[in-house]
Structure formats: structure tokens, C-alpha cells
Write a protein that binds this ligand. Structure first.
Ligand code: HDE
Length: 703
């Protein structure tokens, strides 16, 4: 009987063996280095991985074929339920280093041992979209850090915005139902611009502060490396004497907080749906390790009581100007995951993971979260033993207790004693593991008393003062972006009464904002809705801005040089050298990916082909063209878009004089950041360090 031979040669005997990571986190090989044979999951070597077992060459396949069945069955079950929220995420390994001890406030070793490096695994995510959605919708970003401390894992599961939509966990399922795809039609994916979201928001005035942030450029991050992070909920630190101090946690990116333009984010979604994931992966692979400062705001009970809002209310922030952020550490992400599924997908973050010395507050949003995360892993990862997966294991210390069995038990516990106390384990009556009253986790000793009732504290009633604080703290350009985002989103809500309700709520934030949005919608402006508590004015907090806060730098940014045949090598080399000297990554874009032949007759390889590498993927562009090359590009819509988009997205454009016809065709009007590079690349590079906000009113109507 003829057997179709494998087209591939058998694996060479000396080839590297396949490897996998063992339960203990150590790497072990599933086959010896000398034996690179394919096997089944149970170790049976395979003779043929190309053909299923059949009754004759053209006959039916046989049920007996355990090789086929195992392979197909494993494949059939490759997917696990995605996270109900934050499904789309990207992650990296790295380390945390404490730079200043908080020993006065906490006994947690991670916050007291200065200079010690602790491994971390950090996952960034969008909230609303599914695992296969795009990276750049207007959305809050998750910022979850797992510290593998010597006293157990600490998961600081935060967002890139310091406040949240709701005050009580019981509203979370409603919020998420409202923002996700609508129940009957299954769309829109990863977008807040739809009926049910705005219907819910209009009826939940407590969400107004968060809406100001969500409509700001914070929800359009340029890069995961350029996002702030916040613990959001108030936590407590407990020192050696168990004295509590309230704490808010902050992450501040070394590269500054930077965003894209809305039109740009929309176009990036088409050009590269994996824009953020790729950016993080490539930066780390290239050794440009992203880094964040770690800061805390510390408050005594008396200081918290003196604030004009309740720190247990997650719709409120504590302005830095009132209580400064003290920087006490740093985090560096320096290693990409080896396997997306095993690490990024299977990672499970639990706000309940805290080491001794860190404790919770009574924030009713946090209290609900303390239940939810452990619970959701049971349906997502399917077993109470998800903590044994390598990515979730407490790596900084052993974990040991009397919990046993369950689905997917990956350990082989030894001995008879699976209960505590016992006198059978090694050590007799002192045999471990035992409680540690001194070093173990203790909750803050607090009085809790009151009527058993479903209540919302009076101190949570003010829904507008901090929305106003945020809006009024922004620069004019950022205020215009917030108003314009509302003017974009609300027309996607088809109900006039819902739009009117939002406008009525906005009146309580700032009448000027409400007027601008109403004008943008061409709607009449209703009176203010009746607030539950009268809003009051707070001093503006410039720390809440993005514009003007990030450093003028090319560090961490990407610059494209568009070239054609006949272009001048000296100019290309000059731009590249100047940009790289400032820390930028440079990509050559050409009409064909094979590259171009420059004026000197030599080839220049390209990194991207014009249609597949539009300017939305870069922070600044240089056009180094020949006269003929430019003439050809005039007939290429991708080239015209390349230039016109760079212009309307407020980017610096450097050009050689031969490129002038393309600038004209793209409608580029001269300004300080449209730079003729005849005299050298430097002036262009200087303009490329930031976005040209002055240009914006000339290229789009802002609300
Ligand atoms: Fe989450 N959230 N959340 N959340 N959350 C989840 O846990 C939940 C909230 C945040 O990269 C889920 O493992 C409730 C605030 C991040 O894996 C789930 C409430 C903040 C991530 C869950 C909130 C967050 C999640 C879904 C209201 C900022 C992704 C999958 C009480 C401080 C972590 C999972 C990762 C994930 C519940 C509100 C951040 C369902 C009930 C506020 C970054 O358990």
C-alpha cells in the first residue's frame, strides 16, 4: 500500500529539543537534546505527522488513530473563555526596585527593602473590546502589575485613569453590559459611541467625572509605554504596630504621558490593529526598556477627613497639589513573554493578592472587586488551581497549605497530613506549615458598626465638582478635545432624549462645555439637571494635564523617511543619524518593499511599503524624494495620504525641495514644523520632538 511520504526531512538527531516550562517555573526539556522526535502528549514517538490512519489510501479514517484524535482534540480546545472585561491585553516581564523605604508606614518588605529588585509581570489592556479587537479604540486602559514578592504575590490591578465610572460594585455588571456590544445586535465592538452606553451614563451622574477623562486624550494613548497608571481605589498601609495610613498608588512613565489624535487613532486601527502590542514588543526586543516611577500619596485619617470629598469614593481623586505624590520606586519592563497564551492570557490578577502590610479600604467598589477577580478565574481558567500555572505562581517564596486536589492539580503533595493542626508531618506537633501570627497577613483592626441596609454614604453625593476640576484644569487644546470627543460620540447615540440628558448633566460641569457640545450637535441646550449635591469649585490642578507635561523628546518615538529612486543618500543618512542620536527609531518607507536605487546608484533597503506603512504609524515624517520619484508619487493616493495625514495629525514634516509638488497636492500649508531640510536635518528633528498643537485649529473644527 502506497504511503504519501512526508515532504519534510525527519528532524536531525542533533537538533535542539523542544522545551517547556515545568510546574515549578524551571525550564526542563521534554526530550533529550539528542532526541528531537515528535511525540504525543503522553510521550509516544510519532513515525508520521503528515497522514492520518486510513483504511486504504483513499479510504475512511480510522477511529483507532489516537495520534489524529489527540492532536485535533487539543486544537479544538485551544481557546479558553476570554476575560469578561479587559480581554485584549499585552504584557511584559520586568522588575520593580524600591528607591525609598516606607518602613514608617508599612511592614511589607516590597515597600521597605530599598534597592532590592523584585520580578514583576505587567499586563496592559483595553476594557470593552474582545480579545481580537483593535488596540486603539477610545477606551480606558488596564494597568495591572503582579509583583512576585518574598511575602507572596502583590497584584496592583489599576487603570490609566485615576477614577472610575461608578461608586458601588453592584453597578459594575450594568456598566459593562451598557458599554459592550449591544445585546440584540452584537455590535459595536470596542466602542463607547453607542446608544446603550450613553443611556446608562446619562442616568448615572456619578460617572460624569470619569466621562471627562474618557473623552480626553487619555483614552487615546500613543503607546503603552507612555501611559500613567493608578491604583484607583484607596488602600491602607499597616506598619509594625499595625497603625494604618491611607495610600493611593501611582505609576508615571519616564517617556511622559502622550496621546494620538482621534482621527489618527481611528486610522491606526485599520493600518495596524496591533499597534500597541507591536510597539511594546518591539521596544523591549530592541532593548529600549520602558520605565515608570512608582509613587504614593499617603494620608492619615485626619488628613482624609479634612478633604472636601470622600476618599472611599472611587469617582474622586486626590489632587497632587493637595497631597503630593512621593516617588518611592521604579519599574522597568525588560523581557517579552515567551508564549502569549501561557503568560499573557493565563495570567490572573487578583486585588486580593496583597502582602502583609498592605490592606484594603472600605471603598465599596474595591470591596466588590475583592470577590470578583478570584471568582472570574474559575470560569476563565476553569480550576481553583489556577495559582499553580507558572505565570501565577508565587515565585518569590514558597506557597504551602492544606488545600488539596481540584481540577488540574499540578503538584504532587507528599505525606498523610492534609489538615492543620496535625502531629504527623515532619516536626511532630510543630510540623508545618503553621500560622505566623507575627509575620503573617493581618487586617487593620477597625471598628465597623451601623444599620444593616443598602446604603450610599451622603459623602458620595457630589458628582460634579471633580468633573469640573478636571475640565477646568485642562489646557484650551485639551478642553477642545473633550468637547469634540463628546460631539463625536453623542451623534452615535440615536435617542434625542438621551443626548439632552447628557447635556443637562454637562451644565453642572461647566456651562461653556455644555454650550460647545450643544453647538456641535446643533441641539438646543437644556437647563442643568438637579444635582444630588451642589457642586463646588476646587483650585485647578495642572498635574491633570497632558499637554505641556511630557518631555520634548524623540525618545521612544518612531520617525519615517519616505524615499524614492534617485533620492539623495546624504540626506537620508543625515536624518537617520540625527533622529537616532535623539533616541528615535527610524523606518525607511518606499513605494516597493524591495527598496530603492538612490542617486549614487546604490540600493537602499526599505522597512515598509508605502500603502502598508501609512504616516499614522509614525511620530514624524521626512520626505526625501527625487524629482521623478515625486512625480510618480503624485499619482499615488497612499503617498498623498501619507503627507496629508501627517499634516492633519499635527506632525513635523521634513522635506527635500523635490518633494514640494507632493506637499502641495496634499494640501500642506507652511508652518514652523514643515521644514525644508536643504540646510540639514537638525531643524526638522527639533520640530519632531513634539506635536504641533498650533496647527490644529487650521486643519479641523474643534468644538
Ligand atoms: Fe476590574 N475586573 N472590576 N477594574 N479589572 C477584571 O478580572 C471588576 C475595576 C481591572 O490584565 C476581571 O481577571 C469589578 C477598577 C484590570 O488581567 C473581573 C469591578 C479597576 C483588569 C473584574 C471592577 C479595574 C480587570 C475580568 C467593579 C481599576 C484586567 C478578568 C467593582 C482600578 C487585569 C479578570 C488583567 C479585570 C471585575 C472595576 C481594573 C471581572 C467587579 C475600578 C486592569 O474580575
Amino acid at each position: 500500500m502506497a504511503k504519501t511520504p512526508s515532504k519534510r526531512a525527519p528532524a536531525p538527531k542533533a537538533a535542539a529539543a523542544p522545551s517547556s516550562v515545568g510546574v515549578g517555573g524551571e525550564t526542563h526539556q521534554t526530550a533529550s537534546a539528542a532526541d528531537a522526535r515528535l511525540t504525543t502528549n503522553h510521550g509516544v514517538p510519532l513515525s508520521d505527522d503528515q497522514n492520518s490512519l486510513k483504511a486504504g489510501p483513499r479510504g475512511p479514517s480510522l477511529l483507532e488513530d489516537f495520534v489524529l484524535r489527540e492532536k485535533i482534540q487539543h486544537f479544538d480546545h485551544e481557546r479558553i473563555p476570554e476575560r469578561i472585561v479587559h480581554a485584549r491585553g499585552s504584557a511584559a516581564h520586568g522588575y520593580f526596585e524600591l528607591t525609598k523605604s516606607l518602613a514608617r508606614f508599612t511592614r511589607a518588605k516590597i515597600l521597605t527593602e530599598v534597592g532590592k529588585r523584585t520580578d514583576v509581570f505587567t499586563r496592559f489592556s483595553t476594557v470593552a473590546g474582545g480579545a481580537g479587537s483593535v488596540d486603539t479604540p477610545r477606551d480606558v486602559r488596564g494597568f495591572a502589575v503582579k509583583f512576585y514578592t518574598v511575602e507572596g504575590n502583590w497584584d496592583l490591578v489599576g487603570n490609566n485613569i485615576p477614577v472610575f465610572f461608578i461608586q458601588d460594585a453592584i453597578k459594575f455588571p450594568d456598566l459593562i453590559h451598557a458599554v459592550k456590544m449591544e445585546a440584540d445586535r452584537g455590535y459595536p465592538q470596542a466602542a463607547s459611541a453607542h446608544d446603550t452606553f450613553w443611556d446608562f451614563i446619562g442616568l448615572m451622574p456619578e460617572a460624569t467625572h470619569m466621562i471627562m477623562w474618557a473623552m480626553s486624550d487619555r483614552t487615546l494613548p500613543r503607546s503603552l509605554r507612555m501611559m500613567e497608571g493608578f491604583g484607583v481605589n484607596t488602600f491602607r498601609l499597616l506598619n509594625d504596630k499595625d497603625e494604618p495610613t491611607f495610600v493611593k498608588f501611582h505609576w508615571r512613565p519616564k517617556l511622559g504621558t502622550q496621546s494620538t489624535c482621534w482621527d489618527e487613532a481611528v486610522k491606526i486601527a485599520g493600518a495596524d490593529p496591533d499597534f500597541h502590542r507591536r510597539d511594546l514588543h518591539e521596544a523591549i526586543a530592541a532593548g529600549a526598556f520602558p520605565e515608570w516611577e512608582f509613587g504614593v500619596q499617603l494620608l492619615t485619617q485626619a488628613e482624609a477627613d479634612a478633604l472636601p470629598f470622600d476618599i472611599l469614593d472611587a469617582t474622586k481623586l486626590i489632587p497632587e497639589e493637595l497631597h503630593p505624590i512621593e516617588v518611592v520606586g521604579r519599574m522597568v519592563l525588560d523581557r517579552n513573554p515567551d508564549n502569549f497564551f501561557a503568560e499573557t492570557e493565563q495570567s490572573a490578577f487578583l486585588p486580593t493578592n496583597v502582602p502583609p502590610g498592605i490592606d484594603f479600604s472600605e471603598d465599596p467598589l474595591l470591596q466588590g472587586r475583592l470577590f470578583s477577580y478570584q471568582d472570574t478565574q474559575l470560569s476563565r481558567l476553569g480550576t481553583v488551581n489556577f495559582h499553580q500555572l507558572p505565570i501565577n505562581q508565587a515565585k518569590g517564596c514558597p506557597f504551602q497549605n492544606m488545600q488539596r486536589d481540584g481540577h488540574m492539580q499540578m503538584q504532587i503533595p507528599k505525606g498523610r497530613a492534609n489538615y492543620e493542626p496535625n502531629s504527623l508531618a515532619a516536626g511532630g506537633e510543630d510540623g508545618g506549615p503553621r500560622e505566623d501570627p507575627q509575620g503573617g497577613f493581618r487586617s487593620a483592626s477597625l471598628q465597623a458598626e451601623g444599620p444593616k441596609a443598602r446604603l450610599r454614604a451622603e459623602s458620595f453625593a457630589d458628582h460634579y465638582s471633580q468633573a469640573r476640576l478636571f475640565f477646568r484644569s485642562q489646557t484650551p487644546i485639551e478642553q477642545a478635545h473633550i468637547a469634540s470627543a463628546l460631539v463625536f460620540e453623542l451623534p452615535k447615540c440615536s435617542f434625542e432624549h438621551v443626548r439632552a440628558r447628557i447635556l443637562a448633566n454637562l451644565q453642572n460641569v461647566d456651562p461653556d462645555l455644555a454650550t460647545r457640545v450643544a453647538d456641535g450637535l446643533s441641539a438646543s441646550l437644556p437647563g442643568a439637571s438637579a444635582p444630588a449635591a451642589k457642586p463646588f469649585d476646587m483650585d485647578p490642578s495642572p498635574a491633570l494635564r497632558i499637554v505641556g507635561k511630557y518631555p520634548d523628546t524623540l525618545q521612544g518615538r518612531t520617525l519615517a523617511i519616505l524615499v524614492t529612486d534617485g533620492a539623495d543618500r546624504a540626506v537620508v543618512t543625515g536624518v537617520r543619524a540625527a533622529a537616532e542620536a535623539e533616541g528615535a527609531t527610524v523606518k525607511i518607507v518606499a513605494p516597493k518593499v524591495g527598496g530603492v536605487t538612490l542617486k549614487d546608484g546604490k540600493r537602499l533597503a526599505a522597512d515598509g511599503q508605502l500603502a502598508g506603512a501609512p504616516s499614522v504609524l509614525f511620530d514624524a515624517v521626512a520626505l526625501v524624494l527625487s524629482t521623478d520619484g515625486c512625480a510618480q508619487l503624485l499619482r499615488e493616493s497612499a503617498a498623498v495620504d501619507f503627507v496629508s495625514n501627517a499634516f492633519v495629525h499635527l506632525k513635523a514634516i521634513g522635506f527635500t525641495p523635490q518633494a514640494q509638488p507632493l506637499l502641495d497636492r496634499a494640501g500642506v500649508a507652511p508652518d514652523a514644523a514643515i521644514v525644508d531640510m536643504s540646510g540639514g536635518a537638525k531643524p526638522f528633528i527639533v520640530s519632531a520632538r513634539g506635536r504641533q498643537w498650533d496647527r490644529e485649529p487650521k486643519v479641523r473644527t474643534l468644538a
